[in-house]
Design a protein around this ligand. Structure first.
Ligand code: XMP
Length: 326
């Protein structure tokens, strides 16, 4: 499938049967394109790259080399989940790189949001390229480009990602889901047997928790953010909000205030809850979280997470607030 235009006759993939037909067709196409060569894929654990990985594992097995770079800004359990699902359950050829120290060392003391993003983006390309160069016989680069990427940005996702690779690698692209919309990618992912939570994962920015740990990132505040976020996600799972709310997370500003714990002064950061609904991320409304749930989340975060002494709720729609806090 080399065209970048979705044919008008292409049926929307809404059922497991349609997904299976798509998968069979793509497996055959990928095999024909790749032959006995090797394919490289940056596997973030997001929906698109995970579905592409599962599809390619089905098509070419160990000829696919997945590289998962842990930049140290993942949510709790995410890299472990990638290793579990792809490394163990799907028996993929998975290279796992824990580059946490490299990223956090570079980010130390940097408080400007754009600078932080640039450092994370550049270092990601750097780490990925170093790994790519170590691998022998790679002829193709797989990407989780989806149709909105092509429609909205003239294939910018593709160009950006390839743009980082060393010139001499000259890799041909494999983009099996590039004509699919997000909902179709999810149906295909489920048909491929990926876990529901992975396929219906909420959006998560490339720079990860780096954009939610405001100001200069420190390891202790990043740790608190990751733990508090995990509690929020767990409680949203428990009460059914996870299925309903489009995006929800914790942000922690670089501010401390005085509190009291065990009868003693306890300085800590505030954890800010943000939970929004949107269709296209251009505008967003606030999800009304029932007070008993808010109380439970507050109680857990303030008791279980070292360094946090207050929990706040962000009631700001977009506009005027952006969805992320950075
Ligand atoms: P904002 O904060 O601009 O976010 O209202 C809109 C949506 O985009 C997500 N976002 C990103 N997604 N890479 C991504 O893939 C990024 O760098 C990035 N920054 C923000 C954000 O989570 C929200 O869903």
């Amino acid at each position: 499938m080399s065209t970048n235009v979705r044919p008008e006759t292409m049926e929307r993939i809404t059922t497991p049967e349609l997904a299976k037909a798509f998968i069979d067709e793509q497996v055959a196409e990928v095999r024909a394109q790749v032959g006995d060569k090797k394919v490289l894929l940056a596997l973030s654990g997001g929906v698109d790259s995970s579905v592409v990985a599962a599809l390619l594992i089905k098509a070419i097995g160990k000829q696919l080399v997945c590289v998962h770079v842990n930049h140290g800004l993942m949510r709790k359990g995410e890299s472990e989940n990638v290793i579990e699902v792809f490394g163990k359950e799907l028996d993929a050829n998975l290279v796992y790189i824990d580059a946490t120290d490299r990223f956090l060392n570079l980010l130390a003391g940097v408080d400007e949001p754009e600078k932080k993003r640039k450092i994370i983006g550049n270092e990601f390309i750097e780490v990925f390229n170093e790994e790519a160069k170590k691998l022998e016989g790679i002829a193709f680069l797989a990407q989780g480009t989806i149709y909105p990427d092509i429609l909205e940005s003239d294939g910018v996702k593709a160009h950006h990602n390839v743009g980082g690779l060393p010139e001499d690698m000259k890799l041909e692209l494999v983009e099996p889901v590039k004509l699919l919309y997000k909902d179709e990618v999810r149906v295909v992912g489920e048909a491929l047997g990926l876990p529901h939570a992975m396929v219906y994962r909420q959006p998560f920015p490339g720079p990860g928790l780096g954009v939610r740990c405001l100001g200069a990132i420190t390891r202790d505040r990043l740790h608190a953010l990751r733990e508090a976020d995990a509690i929020l996600r767990e409680e949203f799972d428990n009460c059914g909000l996870a299925e309903k709310v489009w995006q929800y997370f914790i942000a922690i500003p670089d501010v401390k205030s005085v509190g009291v714990r065990d009868g003693k002064r306890y300085e800590g950061w505030p954890a800010i809850i943000r939970a929004v609904n949107t269709k296209d991320a251009m505008t967003a409304t606030i999800e009304e979280i029932p007070y008993p749930i808010l109380h439970k989340i507050t109680d857990r975060i303030t008791h279980e997470v070292e360094g946090i002494n207050r929990v706040l709720l962000d009631l700001t729609p977009k506009p005027i607030g952006t969805i992320e806090w950075e």
